[in-house]
Design a protein around this ligand. Structure first.
Ligand code: ZN
Ligand code: ZN
Ligand code: ZN
Ligand code: ZN
Ligand code: ZN
Ligand code: ZN
Length: 233
């Protein structure tokens, strides 16, 4: 499939398709400011690149976190500081934002498209995207501090979090959506094993297990065959 060069309102030159950017290329998306992986569009001479996903963000959207006004896609923040504070993750951004200038409500494009629910290995129930945290079981003073149940750091309750309301289990947006977190470092007393060695060991164990299972199956087949042979006599 051949994609064509495309024009985007954020850049004066046509953007050419590139496929399969690698993390090692270190190209940052000028929309979401994250390293680009997979297919992207870019203007090489300006070093301006966009994820396909960021290129296709609509010019405006309705968002349940800001129901009164539509959010407009701004290629660069219009604030004098040149940056915006994301109302979702509470981090600064200086590229694309979905913005209600009237209310100074701004979202990173990636924060604006967070899934409504996620499943995290640290908790058995799905976690819902929560725009404002409140726990009726706690007093106001208790419910203004919340530590992330995944990383243990404070969650800024001016922003959003992922929450299992029933269990009051919550975590940072970034903690909830980061797959494959690195395992905790092994205790220093043990012989040092690198993650790669550990992976090899696990793979080997798995292969041995599969081999044993296959052997077991074979023996069972033999036994069955023997049994049916015996029955015939
Ligand atoms: Zn992007
Ligand atoms: Zn250009
Ligand atoms: Zn954000
Ligand atoms: Zn507004
Ligand atoms: Zn966290
Ligand atoms: Zn739960």
């Amino acid at each position: 499939m051949e994609s064509e060069a495309t024009q985007h309102f954020s850049h004066p030159h046509p953007l050419n398709p590139y496929d399969e950017a690698q993390e090692s290329d270190g190209i940052r998306c000028s929309g979401c400011e994250l390293v680009t992986l997979g297919s992207l569009f870019g203007c090489e001479s300006c070093n301006y690149y966009l994820h396909e996903k960021c290129l296709n963000v609509g010019r405006w959207m309705e968002h349940p976190a800001h129901p009164n006004h539509p959010l407009t896609l701004l290629p660069v923040p219009t604030y004098p500081s040149g940056s915006f504070l994301c109302n979702a993750c509470r981090e600064d951004g200086s590229s694309f934002s979905l913005s209600c200038a009237h209310c100074e409500f701004d979202l990173h494009v990636q924060c604006a498209s967070l899934p409504q629910t996620v499943v995290h290995e640290a908790h058995p129930h799905p976690l819902s995207l929560t725009f404002s945290y409140s726990n009726p079981k706690l007093s106001h003073a208790e419910s203004i501090a919340f530590s992330c149940d995944v990383c243990g750091e404070d969650v800024d309750l001016q922003g959003w979090l992922y929450l299992c309301v029933g269990c009051d289990f919550g975590d940072h947006l970034s903690c909830a959506t980061s797959e494959a977190r690195p395992p905790p470092p092994p205790p220093p007393a043990n012989e040092p094993t690198s993650a790669v060695e550990e992976m090899h060991r696990l793979t080997k164990e798995m292969q041995e297990f599969q081999l044993a299972a296959a052997r077991c199956q074979l023996q069972m087949n033999l036994a069955n065959a023997l049994a049916s042979t015996m029955r015939r006599f």
